[in-house]
Every structure is written in C-alpha cells, then in structure tokens.
Design a protein around this ligand. Structure first.
Ligand code: SF4
Length: 343
C-alpha cells in the first residue's frame, strides 16, 4: 500500500482530499483486502485505485500454521515473481508479532541460515516490507484471529541495515499513527552488526529496539558462524554499540542461537560475559538465547540441559538472559526455509 499513489489517483479524478482519509481508514483501520469492500467510495474511484494503487504489493503463495496455532508462516509472491516469507507469532494469548523480511535472499551467508544459503537476489522496497504487516492484519481479520498485532520484528530474510533507506521508510509507515500505528518500543530491528548502520539507526530511530545477531563472542568462532565478522570484527561492533548507546536509551538484545558443541561450551559463555562487560554498561544488554531450528547442514541445536547450563553461567555472572524456544519448527520455522522451497 502506497498512500502517495492513492493520493495521485484521487487528485487525478479531481475528488476532494477527504477521500484519501476514507481510503486510509478502510485499509489500515478495517484491513479491507479489496477496494470493492469500501462502499463509501464512488465506483469510479474504487476501480481506478484497484488499477493504479493496489492494496498489497504481494500475493499469498502458501500459508502454514503450526500444530499449536502459535506460529503462521506465509510465502508471499512479489509483483516480479520473487518469493519472500513472513511470519506471525503469538507470544501471548491476545498479542501477535509479525516478523518481516527486508531482502530477497541475503548476501551475508551466515553458516546456519537457510536465507544465507540462497544468496542475495534483491532489496525489498519500503512498500514490500510494510505490506507484510498489512498482509498479516488482513489475514487475522479473514481468519477471525483474536487479539492485536502490536509487535513487529525485522528478523526475516535479509539484513535490514544493508537496505537502510527502504527499511527506514517502512519503519516510518509501521510507526505512523495514521498507518499501522505500532509503538516504537514494540518494534525491533535485527542486524549481523554493520557498524555504520547501527550508529545511523540509533540517531534516526532512538526509540526502536536494536537486536544484534551475535552467536559467538570470540572473533575466530564468530567469523565461522557469521562471516560478516571478518569485515566488521567484534572490536568494531563494540565501538558502534557504544556510540549507539550515546543516542538511544533502549536496551540492546544480543541474539545467540545455541549450537551443540560449537558455541555452547563454558568457555563460550565466559567469552560472552567478557564481551558484555567490556561494553561497560551490562545493564543495557539482554542476551536472548535461542534453541536453534535446524536446517540441512552440520549444525544441531544444543540440548535443553546444555542450554540451561549455558544460561545459568551467564546469570551467575550477572547478565540479563532469556532462553527461548523457536516457535513453529513444524512449519519450516527457520528463516528462509519456506521461501527456498517455494521459489
Ligand atoms: S542470519 Fe540474517 S544476515 Fe545472516 S544470512 Fe541469514 S538473513 Fe542474512
């Protein structure tokens, strides 16, 4: 949905500006999936909007719902036929979180990521990113799902800070009270750790949460798991985070997927503690341990007892830590798995 395009259509037909408000309310307030449903608009306007300002820039290819109903994953076809995926999660009974993609594929090739294995295809536009939120809001209405979509995480396919301009514009749309109106503190952007992008993001969106895909706190191991670390080693990441904390007062999430025998040993936990302490303000970091959703390849998730031991070691050192089970492992829950199958 691009309100600018709808405004042009309304102007072209010499209709009064209040028509745009009616379109906006129908699309974002009532989550209509077709202009045909908006009977307050004149027929000629509905037809022209459908031709020149379509509500969604994508269409549903496939949607899978996890057995427990807590996760839905959709493969969406874009206008050029490329396929992305987007996820809807229900972390608590009446609240829903949308996880959105920012690129088709990804150039960063993290070792355990299905999207990375696809390679980079193209950046998404701001419209294609924010339309994933609109898609889920429409889907919730069509499926009669109760509760509110009030959280958005930029943790799907792609590296958000490598597509900065489109991501920034999509954030403005997601936050805009006249569009999705999601509170900044309920929006998170995740990055592998591009220093300049982190600093700019802190200046532009100081209220939006930042998550860093850390996965290891020692350069050798992190370079194996997250090859971007060869270009932006931990020292550069630390400096960027220190500057980020100068402009944003938000807590930074450190994402850490636990891989059996790879990054879940006591020494790995100690390296993580040292990394956070070196940043100087340990209270401003929250470690999010993730029980990894396996894809093809050598990596296996840590067992639950191992994961608990790792968590306990961090807690004993005074870090803030949560351990989270990935939702939706029965619906190809790991990032990029469904889109790779469908493209
Ligand atoms: S984890 Fe994120 S940055 Fe790394 S390859 Fe996957 S999509 Fe790209």
């Amino acid at each position: 949905m691009d309100l600018g395009r709808a405004a042009k259509v309304i102007k072209g037909l010499r209709l009064p500006p209040y028509r745009l408000d009616q379109v906006r309310r129908a699309v974002y307030g009532h989550c209509v999936s077709s202009y045909g449903e908006v009977s307050v608009l004149p027929l000629e306007l509905r037809q022209e909007l459908a031709r020149s300002a379509p509500i969604l820039s994508c269409s549903l290819r496939e949607c899978r719902v996890s057995a427990d109903g807590l996760a839905r994953k959709a493969a969406l076809a874009l206008l050029d036929g490329k396929v992305i995926e987007t996820v809807l999660l229900r972390p608590s009974p009446r609240r829903w979180t949308a996880c959105v993609s920012t690129q088709v594929g990804c150039a960063f090739n993290c070792a355990f990521c299905a999207t990375g294995a696809m390679g980079f295809v193209r950046d998404l536009t701001a419209e294609e990113i924010s339309d994933q939120v609109l898609f889920w809001r429409q889907n919730m209405r069509q499926e009669g799902l109760e509760g509110r979509l009030d959280n958005v995480v930029y943790m799907g396919m792609g590296e958000p800070l490598a597509n900065y301009e489109a991501v920034a514009e999509s954030l403005r749309r997601v936050l805009d009270p006249k569009q999705h109106g999601i509170g900044a503190r309920h929006v998170s952007v995740s990055t592998v750790g591009i220093p300049k992008g982190i600093e700019r993001f802190g200046e532009d969106f100081p209220q939006v949460n930042l998550a860093v895909s850390l996965h290891a706190a020692e350069d050798g191991l992190r370079s194996r798991l997250v090859p971007a670390n060869r270009t932006f080693p931990l020292a550069d990441l630390s400096r960027a985070l220190e500057r980020y904390l100068g402009s944003s007062s938000r807590k930074v999430m450190l994402e850490y997927a636990l891989l059996a025998g790879v990054n879940d040993r006591p020494g790995d936990a100690d390296a993580l503690v040292a990394f956070v302490r070196r940043l100087g303000r340990p209270g401003l970091f929250h470690v999010n341990l993730i029980l990894y959703n396996p894809i093809e390849g050598p990596w296996r998730p840590s067992s639950e007892p191992e994961a608990r031991r790792f968590q306990d070691r961090l807690l004993a050192a005074g870090l803030k830590v949560t351990l989270r089970q990935s939702l939706g492992s029965d619906i190809q829950g790991a990032c990029g798995q469904l889109a790779s199958e469908r493209s």
